[in-house]
Every structure is written in C-alpha cells, then in structure tokens.
Design a protein around this ligand. Structure first.
Ligand code: NI
Ligand code: MN
Length: 230
C-alpha cells in the first residue's frame, strides 16, 4: 500500500514498499508545515525547481541523511556543489531508482535559486511521474495549464495527480479542473494553496468543478495522510 503524506504547500512524502520519496520539502519557513525537518528520513528527494518554496530543506536533508536529490541537471549540479548528494535528469528522461521509477515532465514556470540574495538560474522547472508498486503518480510542480497534459494522461494511466490550484504563480482552480480533465487520474489532490494570502483558495470550489465520475477529489490538510489502496 502506498501512503501519501501531505506536508503542506507542494511537499509530499510518498511511502511504499520500494522506499520513501520526499517531494519539494519546504518545511523551514512554511507557515503550513506541521512536521520537523529532523523527522524526515527519505531515500530520495525529488525537487521540481529552484524556488525556495520547493527546494526548501532539500540540501540539508540530503546532507543529514545521505538521501539522493533528483532534479533537473542545472539544479542537481547546484545542490551537489553545496554538498548534497544528487542525480541529474531532464525533461522526458526516466530512470529506475531503488525507491521507485521517476520520469521528468515539462512544467511552465521559472526556476531560479536565491543564493544568499542573488538569483542563480537553475534551468527548466519540471513535474515528476513516479511509478511505485505498479501505480502512477504525477506531481505537476509549479505550472500553468498546458495542452500536453492530455499526452501525459494518454501515455500513463494515472492513479493520482497532485496539482497546484493557488493561482497567481500557477494554475488556479478552474485551470486545475481543466488539467484534471486532460490527465484523467483516478484521484486528484490539490496543493500549492493557502500557504500565503496571495494563493488563498477554496479547495471545495475546485472540487465542484471536477467531474467526479472520472476523478475523485481528495482534499487533505497539511499533516494528514491519504492511502492509495485501490
Ligand atoms: Ni515556483
Ligand atoms: Mn511555488
């Protein structure tokens, strides 16, 4: 059974028989975080892009635990220089790791890392397709709605999609509902909202826009778990 733990914002912990995957671990400085960084012991850390609310504590967790950071090449190179353990990939590439199969998708957004006050550009941002225990999970990262979400849905029978609904920096609820229609996952969990006022949203409003005969909307609060047990 796969356990999805929501850590707030875009941060999730995916626990399966193959290992523990941490995605976009923004804990320190995250007003919605409910856990302690020292309690996170992942095998792999997937980072979608260099913005502080996604790379978060990834470097420190990798240094502390030895967990492998998987990220687009430019970002993987930067975190390696800062002492983390990393594996570079890029959009369209997939690889089997001990903790699961990971494939990078495009995301329409920016990717810069705030390096002590100066912005270092870290290539293209990405989303992740994760295959564990025979299930396909898509974490969209920060992105706009894009038409090739249909391609992702056609190529991979998604069991779960994690989609931003916060608007302003990413898709808002209406675009995220349209994205759900293109992706056709069995379950969608909204993310990247309510952390700050600028991305305040009503997830129930998103829920009413999704055709729940196709996709079930699961709204989970930071600190809560969802079990993928179908
Ligand atoms: Ni971002
Ligand atoms: Mn973000």
């Amino acid at each position: 059974m796969i356990k999805i733990k929501y850590l707030g914002h875009s941060a999730f912990m995916i626990e399966s028989s193959e290992g523990t995957i941490l995605i976009d671990p923004f804990i320190t400085g995250n007003p919605s975080a409910t856990c302690e960084v020292r309690d996170l012991k992942p095998d792999g850390i997937l980072v979608t892009h260099g913005h502080g609310d996604h790379i978060g504590d990834a470097i420190n967790i990798s240094k502390e635990t030895g967990a492998l950071i998987v990220a687009p090449f430019e970002l993987a190179t930067l975190v390696q220089k800062k002492g983390a353990n990393s594996h570079p990939m890029h959009i369209g590439g997939g690889r089997k790791f001990p903790f699961g199969y990971v494939k990078l998708t495009q995301a329409f957004h920016g990717s810069g890392f705030d390096d002590e006050g100066s912005m270092v550009y870290t290539g293209q941002p990405c989303g992740f397709l994760i295959h564990v225990e025979g299930k396909w999970i898509y974490h969209a990262g920060d992105t706009a709605l894009f038409g090739d979400m249909k391609l992702i849905g056609d190529r991979f029978p998604l069991d779960l999609a994690l989609l931003p609904i916060g608007d302003n920096f990413t898709m808002g609820p209406e675009d995220a509902a349209y994205a759900t229609k293109l992706l056709r996952p069995k379950v969608v969990i909204p993310m990247h909202y309510d952390t700050w006022e600028v991305i305040a949203q009503d997830p129930e409003a998103f829920s009413t826009m999704v055709d729940q005969a196709v996709t079930k909307v699961e709204i989970i609060n930071p600190g809560e778990d969802y079990s993928l047990n179908f």
